[in-house]
Design a protein around this ligand. Sequence first.
Ligand code: ADP
Length: 366
Amino acid sequence: MTLYPALITEALATVRYPGSGKNIVELGMLEDDIRINGDSVSFTLLFEKATDPFKASLLKTAEAAIHLKAPGAKVTINTAVRREPAEAPAKAPVLPGVKNIVAISSGKGGVGKSTVAANLAVALAAEGYSVGLLDADIFGPSVPKMFGLENEQIYMHEVDGRNLIIPAMAYGVKVLSIGFLLDPDSAAVWRGAMASNALKQLIEQADWGELDYFLIDMPPGTSDIHLTLVQTLGLTGSVVVTTPQQVAIADARKGIAMFRDPKINVPVLGIVDNMAWFTPEKHPDEKYFLFGKEGAVDAFAASLKVPVLAHIPLVAAVGDHSDSGSPIVLEPTASAQAFVHLAHELTEAVARRNNDLPPTQKVNVH
Ligand code: ADP
């Protein structure tokens, strides 16, 4: 049995507060202090009043819920009375050692967002930057497969008295995936409900350490995960991946509108034109524009005054390498060059952004 914070949160989210129709996690009763030590776990539940009539029965139910998921776990539940927000201590900044945080997003699934995120991360690491990659795509976490980390176990260690998740390391990149925490067989709606908590844990309770670039592979479209992310971190910017197909471009436009919404206000660093053309393996100099017209993404980007950071060809080997867990960017091929070029363009776009704009603020939504 391996205990980890998301397992505890998941178990507690099955415990309803009588009469409210809501679970104790949704009600904000779980304090941010889950401590795990071997097979022991402790945490605090907040009650409105010291004399809460359901306190004793809720504590029993909570312990039973954890035992269902982790039989034999030693559970210590502390209780506290909710304090007024004004009294809450100021929180330390999230990820103080991380210089630049970039969300890799797309309007639509299947355009190659994860492929771009993985190869970009490896390309940056190969240039000597320290790089982290967080796979937040709850609908299809594919980063573990691309890095050959499918059977990865989560381990934790103590840093300054806090138990933190240790990112896996592959091709010089620190990697964590929401797929490591969510049960792949559970229903999508349940995963959606759990995902925001899991995402926050992977950011706030993981030992990312010092990073030059922290890339986050987002779910496609616009979702609760996007909102959680911008509430948890001030993003340096976003990169939007699209193919030249009109449907993909139309959805990319919506994604860019979300980041540019005044309430979100995350700079869009650039667009990646993936599967820009097809190049047959045996004829590397030939280009066939299968999806949409040549220049469709350039015209789209120009209309929004966003740079195109790279055009990446559709080449069978790109997909084959992802499937076999070794990113293509490490191979001496033309498509690898496209990802290396993307890495250079991104570092320049980030530098320009940091020169021109103040740090992005976290979004405060009540
Ligand atoms: P998304 O994250 O947008 O859902 P993926 O990165 O999972 O998309 O890519 C979808 C599929 O397309 C995968 O099978 C991937 O290997 C393949 N793919 C992505 N980009 C390319 C490319 N440039 N050339 C060939 N195959 C690609």
